[in-house]
Each structure stands twice: as C-alpha cells, then as structure tokens.
Design a binder for this molecule. Structure first.
Ligand SMILES: NC(=O)c1ccc[n+]([C@@H]2O[C@H](COP(=O)([O-])OP(=O)(O)OC[C@H]3O[C@@H](n4cnc5c(N)ncnc54)[C@H](OP(=O)(O)O)[C@@H]3O)[C@@H](O)[C@H]2O)c1
Length: 296
C-alpha cells in the first residue's frame, strides 16, 4: 500500500474519476486513485494519477490510505446485491482519527427518490427508493452522514441522474434494435453530461460552505424515448421501434423495466445557485453534438 501524501484521493477512479483527476491536475494538485484491478492501475499511472490497488470488498486490503487533509471523492458503486453498501462502510471504518480527509464528495443517485409521477423534485423531497439498487445508494448516504457527524469531516452528497457522454451512450442496444416505449407512455428521465458532472464534483469540493445534498441534472428532463431517438439520430442509425408498456414488459429486461417504472423531473436550482456551476451542456442537443465531435 502506498501511503505517500496526496491532495486528492479518488475512491473508484473510473471514467468520472479520470475526468475529475484531469481537472484537479490542471490546477496543480497531486491525485491518487483507488481501483481494484491491475489493468485500471496501469491506466491511471499512464494518466499521471498515482494508483492505489485495493478491493473495497476486502476490508483487510484497506489501510493506510493517504487521506490526511486530502479531498476525497468517493465514486465506487455499491455491490450488485443487498440493501446496504458494505464497500463504503469498509472505507469509512478504515480511516483513523489521526488520518482524516478535509472533505468527502460522494456520487449517489436520483434513484433514491423513487417514482415521483413526473413531478419536479427538489432536495427537500423525502427519499422513497423502490428498488434495491436505490436502497443501497440511500444506505451509502446514511452511512456517510453518520460517519461525518462522528468524525466532524464535512461531506457533500451529489444525487446524480443518468450520465451521458463519450463512452456512456446506449449505442449497443440501439444497434441491436431493442424497442423503446411509445412516447406518450415514456417516463421523464434526467441526465448530466460526464464532463459537466466532473466540474460539479470540483465545485462541491471547493465551495466554502456547501449544503449536505445537491441534486445534479442539466435541468432539461425529457422522456427516455426522446433520449434514445436523439442518440439514434446523431448516430445515423434507424430509430428503434416504439412499443406499448404491455409489449415492453414482454420484450425488455428487468433492469430497463425498473427504470421505466419511475418518472421524475430533477430540479437543479440549488446546484446552479449555490455551487455557481455554469453547465457546458445544458441540454441534450448541446451534449450529444459535443459527444460526437469528440468521438469522431
Ligand atoms: N452511469 C450512470 O448513469 C450513473 C448514474 C448515477 C450514478 N452513477 C455512479 O457514478 C459513479 C462513477 O461512475 P463511473 O462511470 O466513473 O464508474 P466506473 O467507470 O465504472 O468506475 C468505477 C470504479 O470503481 C472501482 N471499483 C469498483 N468496485 C471496486 C471495489 N470493490 N474495490 C475497489 N474499487 C472498485 C473500479 O475499479 P476497477 O476498474 O479496477 O474495477 C472503477 O475504477 C459510480 O458509482 C456509478 O455507479 C452512474
């Protein structure tokens, strides 16, 4: 385990972590990233990020992290089963009182609100998770909040909707001709471009007196069907067939159906006004155009 001092430690340094690291490094900060696999560690090293290889599922591998006075971004997902997040529990348990970070920024999910029947949702709305995936994320929030109270280390929770951008587009399912719901039956969905999310993470880490909780979104929810059709159009491939909910239940997987069962419009006012974030991609038109320019 490498215990060298770092300004920034990213737990779960995958795609968003690398984007955050790029921004932090461009401001002159030293960045370390925790990943599980050797392949990911090599990728980090090539990107100028100090790799730390450990497994959050193996608490014995978590010790002596260089967290003291660092900004910690916690981006690792919970495990695939259960209703708690033992990975986050193990991480916070590994920190001792003499080795505490300056602040922790957690990526969570807007899924914790459950189905809101298309209503606008602010941070004041009580969570109402409907599926275990969202229950695990809410448990992670609760665990981190309890730890923050005990340790007096401030935390910021970002409730993040669907991330899109290069590498995040549903190209495979569109090319496979998987159907979408008819527009009139399709729920609202909310999105954020990966590069905007990275900038929001930095703003949450820097703000002098942040709130505990921020909804993240580009502020322009549209239906999930609209998203798939627009991606098909910019990819230049045929639009997928639109089916009724009844038919979708026969043809789509459980995971996609669980997303289709929830409709909400995420209010991002607190994020914009308090964190002062100016989005580069405030809607899908801007975000998808940029994405294809970069993807070539
Ligand atoms: N995609 C979306 O629409 C969406 C929406 C809301 C929230 N999120 C969440 O946003 C966060 C960041 O997303 P992302 O796209 O950057 O994720 P990602 O690219 O999949 O990165 C996740 C990172 O976590 C590491 N990790 C996973 N399990 C680990 C373990 N047991 N021990 C140590 N490291 C572990 C992985 O390491 P290895 O590479 O070595 O496996 C990887 O570096 C994730 O929590 C994601 O679930 C995503």
């Amino acid at each position: 385990m490498n215990s060298a001092v770092t300004d920034v430690l990213i737990i779960g340094c995958g795609d968003i972590g690398e984007r955050v690291a790029r921004l932090e490094r461009s401001e002159g900060r030293a960045v370390a990233g925790l990943v599980r696999s050797q392949g990911s560690a090599r990728r980090l090293r090539a990107a100028g990020i100090q790799p730390i290889t450990a497994d959050l599922d193996d608490p014995a591998s978590l010790n002596n992290f260089p967290v003291k006075d660092a900004v910690v971004y916690y981006f690792a997902p919970p495990p695939d089963a259960g209703v708690t997040d033992p990975r986050l529990e193990a991480f916070v348990a590994s920190m001792t009182p003499s080795n505490l970070p300056q602040r922790i920024v957690l990526i969570g999910t807007t899924g914790v609100y459950g189905d809101c029947r298309g209503e606008w949702v602010t941070e004041d709305r009580p969570p109402n998770p409907q599926v275990d995936r969202a229950r695990r994320r809410l448990a992670a929030e609760t665990t981190l909040q309890a730890w923050s109270k005990k340790s007096a280390v401030p935390i910021v929770i970002l409730r993040v909707p669907g991330i899109y951008g290069p590498g995040y587009l549903p190209e495979k399912r569109l090319r496979a001709g998987e159907p979408v719901l008819r527009e009139e039956e399709s729920p609202y969905s909310n999105r954020i471009h990966a590069d905007d999310l990275a900038r929001i993470c930095l703003a949450a880490a820097r703000h002098v007196r942040p709130s505990l909780l921020y909804n993240v979104s580009d502020g322009h929810p549209t239906t999930m069907t609209d998203f798939f059709l627009r991606v098909a159009d910019v990819l230049g491939i045929p639009r997928p067939p639109a089916v009724s909910l009844e038919e979708a239940r026969r043809r789509l997987g459980e995971g996609m159906l669980s997303y289709l069962a929830e409709s909400k419009r995420i209010d991002n006012r607190r994020m914009r006004e308090e964190l002062g974030v100016e989005l580069m991609y405030p809607d899908l038109a801007a975000g998808l155009a940029s994405c294809f320019k970069r993807c070539g």
